[in-house]
Design a binder for this molecule. Structure first.
Ligand code: NAD
Length: 486
């Protein structure tokens, strides 16, 4: 403890440790703007310790039987399920996501991710290939060894589980760097893993990206980097990893389109649009459908219905069960989102459809709260239409021609998700197939299901990790064995 603020420690080699350099990073509750804890400011020395521990544990873990691994992952899932309410409250307090709508579902999903990965342990299969009657030829799916993983703050615990569970299910050990903005729930996840697993299999470190994350990416004993975060940092990681030809998976940013056809039932679709824009997560989702293209015939009824629905969302204390929308994660992110809103509102005042006012007084000024904000008919090249805002800000416009709306929807450097709202099945699938995105939803706006293939096209990412195939692709490498039978 330091002045009433609790200190949390990293997990390296089965032990809780501070940073070698003695530095700390403050963790803030964004709904009150108060510091609640400190975590170690890890750097290259701590990365070296964690990688050494992961290497020492690597051979024994890779040799465990599939059933033993499955039981271990199931045991971790049991611990996470028992602690899920505590984890949910921790997420709500450190990243501002409302407990009922976001943090609790995230904690539940974290345990589910371990159960899903447990089921993969016994699906690690190669093939037997025929070359000649005189040889035996087959492939093995082998772990990389040490996986280096880096995660962001927006679903901190489930995104960490999305790296840890598949990595260890496939026989790797892992060093994961939590986001400096929301590391506390991830450290609870690390504790559960370390209660079950041998020392060094799961190491979780904390620190800033340039000091700690970059050292992990550069470490010569980390053959696989699995990164989730922004496209700009992902680009720098790809460059750094290329220096030593490390394998890289990237799950990056998005600017996803929602396309609404005129044949929809407005009342049925509006809640789906709100969900797809992730308004109850303050829009802080890589898959947020932040560009809404509404057919001109339905826009006059849909946009007012959307405004009414958004007006009913309760914004406030993330721990209040009645709250729908919590706070933005940090001052930095809040300032960033507000700068997009202020710039668009000042440049195109006629486009402000709702929200857009940054609360300076009243209860919403106590934290980093921002009302759902909608702009209409911003020019396509407006910054807010091109760049990922990662906040509760939707840009709506109208369309009449299918080819034209597809060109506008695909006119982005990103290609993560897409949403089609349409009753005509043929048109819906035609558009779904034409959208340049790794994941397209038709007439639904929820999150990814376990087992889904998930990942980005274009500058939204590289590789797939979530499905059985993705886990095998992302966390194993193939070896051919060729045996003479002569
Ligand atoms: P960010 O890229 O700033 O940081 C992500 C992580 O990378 C953090 O742990 C950070 O410390 C680390 N980092 C920063 N600089 C680094 C460097 N030079 N070397 C190594 N590591 C470094 O992203 P953020 O603000 O934490 O998260 C928001 C972004 O994440 C958004 O762009 C969002 O779209 C993206 N995201 C993508 C997915 C997906 O599945 N595609 C999921 C969630 C979030």
């Amino acid at each position: 403890m330091s002045g009433g603020i609790r200190d949390e420690l990293m997990w390296i080699d089965g032990k809780q440790v501070p940073a070698r350099g003695g530095g700390w990073i403050d963790v803030e509750n964004p709904s009150t703007k108060s510091v609640i804890a400190r975590v170690p400011r890890g750097d290259a020395d701590d990365v070296a310790d964690a990688v050494r521990a992961a290497r020492d544990a690597e051979t024994a873990w890779a040799r465990t039987g599939a059933e033993e691994r499955r039981h271990a992952l199931d045991d971790i899932a049991d611990l996470l399920a028992d602690r899920s309410e505590a984890i949910a409250r921790q997420i709500a307090v450190e990243n501002g996501n409302a407990i009922r709508t976001q943090s609790r579902p995230e904690a539940v999903r974290t345990a589910d991710l371990f159960r899903f990965a447990a089921s993969v342990c016994q699906e690690i299969k190669g093939i037997s290939d025929y070359v000649s009657a005189k040889t035996l030829d087959y492939t093995r799916r082998e772990p990389y060894g040490v996986v280096g993983a880096i995660v962001p703050w927006n679903s901190p615990v489930s995104l960490a589980a999305q790296k840890i569970a598949p990595a260890i299910a496939t026989g790797n050990t892992i060093v994961l760097k939590a986001s400096e903005v929301a590391p506390l729930g991830v450290l609870m996840l690390a504790a559960a893993c370390n209660e079950v697993l041998p020392a060094g299999v799961v190491n979780v470190i904390t620190g800033f990206g340039d000091e700690c994350g970059a050292a992990l990416v550069a470490h010569p004993s980390v053959p696989k980097i699995s990164f989730t975060g922004s496209t700009s940092v992902g680009r720098s990681i790809l460059v750094a990893a290329s220096q030593r030809i490390a394998s890289v998976s990237l799950e990056l940013g998005g600017k996803s389109a929602q396309i609404v056809f005129p044949d929809i039932d407005v009342d049925a679709v509006v809640p789906g649009i709100v969900s797809a824009m992730r308004f109850t997560r303050q829009g802080q989702s890589c898959t947020a459908g932040s560009r809404l293209f509404v057919h001109a015939d339905v826009a006059p009824s849909l946009l007012p219905a959307l405004r009414t629905a958004l007006g009913k969302l309760k914004i406030g204390d993330p721990l209040d069960e009645g709250t729908d929308v919590g706070s933005i994660v940090s001052r930095r992110q809040f300032d960033r989102v507000c700068s997009y809103v202020s710039e668009a509102a000042a440049t195109y005042p006629e486009s402000v459809y709702m929200g857009g006012t940054i609360p300076a007084t009243g209860p919403l000024a106590a934290g980093y709260f921002l009302e759902p904000t909608v702009f209409v008919d911003l020019p396509s090249d407006a910054r807010l239409n091109r760049e990922e805002v990662f906040g509760p800000v939707l840009s709506a416009s109208t369309w009449r021609d299918e080819d034209d709306v597809l060109a506008r929807a695909n006119g982005s450097i990103y290609g993560l998700a897409g949403y089609v709202w349409c009753r005509d099945g043929a048109a819906a699938l035609r558009v779904a197939h034409s959208l340049e995105a790794g994941w397209v939803m038709v007439n639904q706006g929820g999150g990814q299901a376990l087992g889904h293939s998930y990942g980005g096209m274009k500058q939204s990412g590289l590789g797939r990790e979530l499905s059985l195939e993705g886990i095998l692709e992302g966390f194993t490498q193939t070896k051919q064995i060729s045996v003479s039978l002569g």
